[in-house]
Design a protein around this ligand. Structure first.
Ligand SMILES: *Cc1c(COP(=O)(O)O)cnc(C)c1O
Length: 479
């Protein structure tokens, strides 16, 4: 692919029938108008010196360096560092995403020190500030609609509560998330944020959001924006910890392996992007739970939806991984017609053959399926051996990392991404280790604050009506 100067980096849709956009437009648009996802036209490449120099640098500075080439000059570097510093000021650890070694060659990358105790905060805190900045410059507003399997919604509400430019409505599957997760969405009193329980699964919530975006009249009237990982801004904000952890453990001179608990394929795809930019992420392990569509796709070459099974790692209980579309685009040498065709096929028959597309990529990704027994065993064992308490999502990553450790790869660092704090899933932890981990003191009031919650059927018209009623874009509020 030709390399381009940062100021000219544009974004293209994976389905090839939407106009190319600047970073700001792609950020505010979320989903492309042809139903595709935005991708940069070229990968910015980082030199070995640049990557090596990340070691020991403040997190915000690394974040600014990584984002800058994607932004096309729309935010000056100094201001970008300030935004990033601000975004991470509320994290409960000075390193933002610290590494903890739990075994020989095995590290846990703690991504859960943000306000809602899951890795989504790392990207969402930065994304919200980027959006506010772009909207402010343009004098515009946005209505955000998002589907959440539990963690995105809380992170979004936390990041956008009180915003003067954004209204946010998040849809979650009723009864399928933990009480802590629900309360992180329903206890914010600010009138610009709304949590809606949908009578359905996460995939239903995601389908409703996609349908709202594909209703172009509604989309334009409400100025819809997306903060799910279909938004390119989310993906680049997740590059940060791959490089920070990599540099801490010897990148670019030493290859390493990342094991990523996977649902929507956003996080592990960010790892792929980091690799495309020059990080020696020798292997990216896709760790799934029993909702194993990606594991099956890797093994069989057939991407076939099954019914969602509820597990102790609910944020991975997903059977339609949105960002898989970005991977298909890459793996086919950016063949938008192929992607369009396959995605239409998937909608019609819930199953597509991936053909030759996967083959060259099998080497860099490894998929592992981790069942409940393995998660339970891992959490108990790690606790007994080192006193370290993993949550079920993070345990999937640790199990998968161990499965992929071969005699040849044992010398390289294996980094398992810890995507949630165990206190976010107290019932599961009670069952597995017989104790309910304490919430950090800064969340002391979470379980007693009053909740505000709407319940809606799995019905597009009902959800659109709700969004329309709540959005200030609709009310015609001056920006
Ligand atoms: C969202 C989430 C995941 C899955 O991440 P994707 O980017 O959707 O693959 C894993 N673990 C936790 C705790 C999450 O919140």
């Amino acid at each position: 692919m030709p390399s381009e100067s940062p100021s000219s980096l544009r974004y293209v849709s994976t389905r090839g029938e939407a106009p190319e956009l600047s970073f700001e437009d792609a950020l505010l648009a979320g989903l492309a108008r042809d139903g595709g996802l935005y991708m940069p036209k070229a990968w910015p490449k980082l030199s070995h010196e640049t990557i090596a120099a990340f070691a020991g640098k403040p997190f915000a500075e690394v974040a600014a360096s990584l984002l800058e080439p994607y932004l096309g000059g729309c935010i000056p570097r100094g201001e970008l560092i300030t935004l990033a510093r601000d975004a991470y000021a509320r994290f409960g650890h000075p390193a933002v995403t610290p590494l903890v070694q739990i075994d020989r060659s095995l590290w846990v990358l703690e991504l859960f020190h943000g306000p809602t105790l899951a890795f989504k905060d790392v990207a969402m805190q930065l994304l919200a500030r980027l959006m506010e900045r772009v909207l402010g410059t343009r004098g515009e507003r946005l209505t955000i609609v998002a589907a959440t399997s539990g963690d995105t919604g809380g992170a979004a509400i936390e990041a956008f509560r009180g915003s003067s430019r954004v209204d946010a409505v998040v849809l979650f599957p009723q009864g399928r998330i933990s009480d802590v997760q629900r309360r992180m969405m329903t206890t914010a009193p600010e009138p610009n944020v709304h949590a809606v329980a949908i009578e359905g699964t996460f995939d239903d919530c995601q389908a409703l959001v996609k349908a709202m975006f594909n209703d172009l009249a509604f989309r334009d009237r409400l100025q819809l924006g997306a903060i799910n990982s279909i938004n390119w801004g989310r993906i680049i904000a997740q590059l940060t910890y791959y490089f920070v952890a990599g540099a801490a453990l010897g990148s670019p001179h030493r290859p390493m392996s990342f094991s990523v608990p996977t649902g929507n394929f956003g996080d592990v795809f960010a790892g792929y992007c980091a690799k495309a930019m020059g990080l020696p992420a020798e292997r990216l392990v896709i760790a799934t739970n029993e909702n194993d569509i990606l594991y099956r796709a890797w093994g069989t070459g057939m991407y076939t939806q099954a019914d969602v099974v509820a597990t102790t790692s609910p944020s991975m209980d997903i059977q339609v991984s949105s960002n898989f579309e970005r991977f298909l685009f890459e793996a086919t040498g950016r063949d938008a017609a192929f992607v369009r065709n396959k995605m239409n096929g998937l909608r019609q028959s819930r199953s597509i053959g991936l053909g030759e597309a996967m083959v060259p990529y099998r080497e860099s990704f490894i998929a592992e399926r981790v069942d409940q027994a393995a998660v339970t065993d891992c959490i108990r064992r790690v606790k007994a051996d080192s006193g370290y308490l993993l949550d079920p999502h993070s345990a999937c990553a640790v199990v998968a990392a161990r499965k992929t450790m071969t005699s040849q790869s044992q010398h390289i660092p294996h980094i398992a991404l810890a995507t949630a704090h165990p206190a976010k899933f107290p019932d599961a932890m009670q069952t597995i280790v017989g104790e309910r981990p304490n919430l950090p003191p800064r969340l002391a009031r979470l379980m007693s604050d009053p909740e505000r919650i709407a319940v809606l059927p799995n019905d597009l018209a009902a959800v659109e009506r709700f969004v329309e009623d709540r959005s200030a874009c609709r009310r015609g509020a001056a920006a």
